[in-house]
Design a protein around this ligand. Structure first.
Ligand code: GMT
Length: 385
């Protein structure tokens, strides 16, 4: 198929899923046209069958906020028409789904056979999309999509609860490349961070408030106080970074904490980590946790959103009440001080990650594309008849 994919290029799960899905589809012989305002960080080399189309937004003195959604819709019109797209798959509803609807309206009968599929990822439903300033447009646009998927059962249910949705929402979970994200002794790399039996606790995020990075620091400080020797690695960057740095100073644990910033090859760090922390206030799936689990790293997470679907409490790690840093520290201490339990959880984490194997999930998307395309064709046939 000739597939148009739209996603955000920034460090964040929806952009990673859109990019990795593009690569997976391309490997299966499809031609993929990726549209965004910048090249996503995981689409950094030449990929057979993938073309990147940068959506440029021309500045004009009148515009304080240049209308990206319109520039994107124009781009979609061109690609549907001149690249003869068979399907348009947008990741994150705002504003991608609305731009796709507009593009299809503009092309009329010329695009009637081109399905629009929206994948809902998270705050496009739970935070931004539910805001009254966007809700009616998001609700309308989702209903205009020919197919809708959500990355977890939780997100599907939440979408039905918050919006008035006429469409069936199919759950297609996020996925991981098990070959890339795997355990690796890498003793040299480990030794550059820790000594002897010291443990590595890792957190990866874009440091938005919703990630509760300060809970990570508080939990870590309690782990250190228990006598466990450990280092905390913060990977990523974002608005809460300076707050958490100050907190580490106040807690007196700075010398055991390293801020590594944005990393291209996050798997190198995950593959030598002993525990991963995701104490988020909202998380529809938790792709970063899945990547850690694939590297055999048990996850200590909050109990919100889709996290309990992924991280199985007491098996692949621990699921604790949101904000309960004492519980998170207790669980981390119990696991890191018990080698047998730790190893059992490491194996279980990897095993659980295998349920989300990349090719298997890409094939689910492929099957869904077929289903939606057939349905649209049938509908068009019935209308014509
Ligand atoms: O919705 C967001 O906050 C942004 C989005 C992203 O681009 O990072 O994250 C969501 O989508 C990811 C990929 O499907 C999920 O793994 C994340 O759990 C989800 N984030 C939230 O729900 C906060």
């Amino acid at each position: 198929m000739n597939i148009g994919i739209v996603g955000y290029p920034t460090y964040g799960g929806s952009g990673v899923v859109a990019t990795e899905l593009s690569k997976g589809l391309a490997r299966r012989g499809h031609k993929v046209h990726f549209m965004s305002y910048a090249r996503p960080h995981r689409l950094n080399g030449f990929e057979t069958n993938i073309s990147f189309h940068e959506v440029t937004i021309n500045a004009y003195p009148l515009f304080e906020y240049p209308p990206y959604d319109l520039a994107l819709a124009s781009h979609m019109v061109n690609l549907i028409e001149y690249q003869k797209l068979d399907l348009l798959h947008v990741h994150y509803a705002i504003p991608h789904t609305t731009s796709a609807f507009l593009a299809k309206q503009i092309l009329g009968p010329k695009a009637a056979h081109v399905p629009i599929i929206t994948t809902l990822h998270g705050t496009d439903i739970t935070i931004v999309g539910s805001d009254p300033s966007y809700l009616p447009v998001v609700n309308f646009s989702i209903n205009q999509s020919d197919g809708v998927t959500a990355v977890s059962g939780y997100l599907r249910d939440e979408t039905y609860m918050r919006f008035e949705i006429d469409n069936a929402i199919e759950v297609i979970p996020n996925f991981v490349d098990l070959e890339r994200f795997k355990r690796d002794a890498k003793e040299r790399c480990r030794k550059s961070i820790v000594q002897g039996d010291e443990k590595i606790i890792t957190h990866v995020s874009n440091f938005r408030k919703v990630k509760r990075v300060t809970d990570v620091a508080e939990t870590f400080s309690r782990v250190l106080k228990s006598g466990i020797r450990a280092k905390l690695l913060f990977v990523g960057d974002g608005p809460e970074r300076s707050t958490v740095e100050a907190m580490c100073r106040d807690l007196g644990c700075c010398e055991h904490v390293r801020f590594l910033g944005k990393q291209e090859n996050v798997e190198e760090i995950l593959s030598i980590s002993d525990a991963f922390m995701m104490p988020s206030a909202s998380e529809t799936f938790g792709l970063a946790a899945l990547e850690a689990m694939s590297c055999g790293v048990p996850v200590i997470s909050s109990d919100v959103g889709g996290l309990p679907e992924l991280n199985l409490d007491g098996k692949t790690g621990f699921v604790c009440k949101l904000g309960d840093v004492d519980a998170m520290a207790d669980r981390a201490i119990a696991m890191l001080s018990n080698p047998e339990l730790h190893q059992k959880m490491q194996l279980a984490a990897r095993k659980r990650a295998e349920d989300f194997e990349q090719d298997h999930v890409v094939a689910m998307y492929e099957a869904y594309y077929q289903k939606v395309t057939e349905r649209l064709k049938k509908r068009a046939g019935l209308t014509a008849g």
